[in-house]
Design a protein around this ligand. Structure first.
Ligand SMILES: Cc1cc2nc3c(=O)[nH]c(=O)nc-3n(C[C@H](O)[C@H](O)[C@H](O)COP(=O)(O)OP(=O)(O)OC[C@H]3O[C@@H](n4cnc5c(N)ncnc54)[C@H](O)[C@@H]3O)c2cc1C
Length: 289
């Protein structure tokens, strides 16, 4: 491996300055679990790495804001999400998802900012946050902006992040009466990378669907919101018939790709099955086989 330099800024402003010229040989890292894999395989050859660990003192907090939303700093580790009582109370689906994400060694060092920025469509956290209507806080040379997590990805390993822009945190709005679930199907062990990931969030009033989010990842080149399925379900009576119809639409609208985890045909069938099961689970019913 070619030699490279590591710089260690203390503040987000310093980190942004170090990344501002958009040099492709200069990259930030949080836990380094994904970036090191890219370096080991030669996909990324750095000239300089900007270590974000010095930012943890200011950007790893988890708190409830005045509007009742949950704010999570980008440097919070995935293990912290797994154990934090506020996360468990506000969005229990996150804590449950963490338990089957990689392994404890990865979760102890990987950070929310890295998990959101990597852009690998197989990541488990982005679809969950998208179903919760979470918004990513981005900070860069030209200021701050907020981008819904559902709109963060433009393609395979591609995000809307501009050169020098960092994920500073994520805000999850109050859940109201919604129940959110995530179903991960793997072709190997339960904690392996997903072949299909489905996150569904359902809010019911008097048995009717008033808000629904259906997000598919892993089977696709970037996480995808199933807007036709959501539109068909909104206003309908929650139940087997409506969930099956929405699942059929999701399987139709989902842009499934073939990869080492399975063929496009197989994964398309799984998308339909898993969307139906996720909706049933979120509605409080059992996920029928
Ligand atoms: C053995 C193994 C198994 C795994 N299995 C799973 C799995 O089952 N499910 C799953 O979801 N994931 C899995 N992962 C991936 C893991 O979730 C990611 O490696 C991790 O979330 C990345 O976080 P990090 O902080 O280590 O990112 P880093 O490696 O530090 O960074 C990743 C990317 O994000 C950029 N970046 C980092 N922080 C920021 C920031 N704040 N702002 C902007 N850009 C930033 C970096 O430049 C880099 O491009 C696995 C990883 C390993 C090594």
């Amino acid at each position: 491996m070619r030699g490279f330099e590591i710089v260690r800024p203390d503040t987000m402003e310093q980190a942004i300055e170090l990344l501002a010229d958009g040099d492709p040989g200069v990259r930030p890292f949080s836990g380094g679990t994904a970036l090191m894999q890219m370096m080991k395989t030669g996909v990324f050859v750095p000239d300089r790495l900007v270590c974000l660990k010095g930012l943890a003192k200011d950007h790893s907090g988890i708190s409830v804001d005045d509007a009742g939303g949950l704010r999570i700093g980008a440097m919070a580790t995935l293990s912290t999400l797994e154990r934090d009582p506020q996360v468990a109370a506000h969005a229990p689906v996150i804590a449950r998802t963490m338990k089957a994400l990689a392994n404890v060694r990865v979760r102890n060092v990987a950070a929310v900012g890295g998990a959101l920025s990597h852009g690998d469509p197989h990541m488990d956290l982005p679809p969950v946050l998208a179903a919760l209507d979470a918004v990513a806080e981005l900070r860069g040379p030209s200021g701050s902006r907020e981008v819904p997590v559902a709109e963060l990805y433009t393609g395979y390993y591609e995000t809307v992040l501009k050169p020098g822009e960092l994920v500073a945190g994520v805000i999850i709005p109050p859940a109201a009466g919604a129940v959110t679930v995530y179903r991960k199907t793997t072709s190997r062990t339960a904690d392996d990378w997903p072949m299909v990931g489905v996150a569904a969030s359902l809010e019911l009033a008097g048995g009717q669907v008033v808000r629904v989010r259906v997000i598919v990842s892993a089977a696709t080149s970037k996480l995808q919101r199933m807007t036709a399925a959501e539109a068909a379900l909104t206003g309908q009576a929650a139940g087997q018939e409506a969930f099956e119809a929405a699942a059929r639409l999701a399987a139709e609208e989902c842009d499934v790709i073939e990869d080492a985890h399975g063929s496009a045909r197989y994964k398309t069938a799984l998308v339909g099955i898993e969307v139906r099961r996720a909706l049933q689970q979120a509605s409080g019913g059992e996920a029928a086989a």
